[in-house]
Ligand binder design. Structure first.
Ligand SMILES: [Zn+2]
Length: 342
């Protein structure tokens, strides 16, 4: 069964689907069905796990970036997966398996089947990509993944985007990066430790620390160090976490801060408030106002909010509708089993 929830999308020649897994739960994220310029039906799955072999596969698994909640770990072993060079490298380092799909240099236009797809940076992580293509009736479709900077994204007719901080009524969804706070913490204390996820935030932290003028050693665990060396050109002196080392700057996952010496000053780089350490607000996302400004600027006819799980896609979608911007959220989208496609 296909449940049509947006006449406007149908008029634009775009069908948005969710698929079931073997236990008939929804698979994560969505698939987009459309006709290409030759009139052939195509399906791109966005940040989804792989489809079971007995069902028809999508023409492409578009992987926006290498965070685990975008499911590259599953899609990366399909030859139909498509992601940036840096995303492929990050996936291989993080999951210790070979990336089997096709890659592109971020910013390139690529052929996915017979569809010309343009790629744009979103600055959420190294390699994070927005995908843009047109269908047979000229509808401009843009999939952003997670976004830190929408400045390079093109206008579109169908916008498929995130709402990690998309609840305008939640005070934690409004923030500005506290660069001064981080700079102060960096130079006030030595040693100092920053809690940051190994992929994305850790590389942002290194980049900022170097921009602030610190050129000493930055200590991190082996995998974070490898990721940072491969993602950044000018990471400077990166060292491991050898026992007894107690000088300089440390970057570890927030839950590993407790393993560092008791007398070391510790912070978490986050906009979440549920850590037992002082927070310095440094985010890899747009906040609620940033997301709304992006939608206004890209000026789509329909905005589809597909990420993350939970209630924020619905909250952001309802907010957009309340200010006159046509929007739907992933929880409103109907479903279809892969072998039931028309
Ligand atoms: Zn992400």
């Amino acid at each position: 069964m296909i449940c049509v929830i947006s006449k406007k999308l149908i008029d634009l020649g775009v069908l948005v689907l969710r698929q079931h897994n073997s236990r008939r739960n929804f698979k994560p994220h969505i698939s987009i069905r459309f006709r290409d310029n030759y009139g052939d039906l195509r399906m791109f799955s966005i940040d989804t796990t792989r489809t079971m072999a007995k069902h028809s596969c999508p023409d492409a698994y578009l992987i926006t970036h290498a965070h685990s909640d975008h499911h590259g770990k599953s899609a990366m072993i399909s030859s139909n997966s498509v992601c940036s060079e840096k995303t492929a490298i990050a996936l291989e380092i993080r999951y210790d398996r070979r990336y089997a799909g096709s890659i592109f240099r971020l910013g390139d236009e690529i052929d996915v089947g017979k569809v010309k797809v343009k790629t744009f940076p979103t600055e959420h992580t190294s390699g994070a990509t927005a995908f843009y293509w047109e269908n047979d009736v000229g509808t401009r479709i843009l999939v952003t993944g997670d976004i830190k900077d929408a400045g390079k994204l093109p206008p579109c007719d169908v916008l498929i985007t995130e709402a990690n901080y998309g609840d305008p009524e939640d005070p934690s969804c409004h923030f500005v990066d506290d660069f001064e706070g981080m700079k102060y913490a960096l130079f006030k204390h030595e040693p100092v430790a920053f809690g940051a996820y190994e992929f994305g935030k850790a590389q942002r932290a290194v980049k900022l620390i170097r921009e602030f003028g610190y050129d000493g050693a930055i200590h991190m665990d082996a995998r974070t160090k490898t990721l940072t060396q491969r993602m950044l050109e000018d990471a400077g002196d990166l060292e491991g976490l050898s026992s007894g080392e107690n000088d300089g700057v440390f970057i570890v996952a927030p839950w590993n801060l407790g393993r560092l010496p008791l007398d070391m000053k510790k912070y978490v780089l986050s906009c979440r408030m549920d850590y037992p350490y002082p927070i310095i607000k440094i985010s890899d996302h747009l906040d609620a106002c940033g997301l709304e400004n992006m939608v206004r600027k890209l000026n789509p006819e329909v905005t589809l909010i597909y990420h993350p799980g939970g209630y924020r896609p619905s909250k952001f979608s309802k907010h957009l509708n309340s200010i006159g911007i046509d929007s739907i959220s992933i929880d409103q989208i109907g479903n279809v089993l892969s072998n039931e496609f028309i």
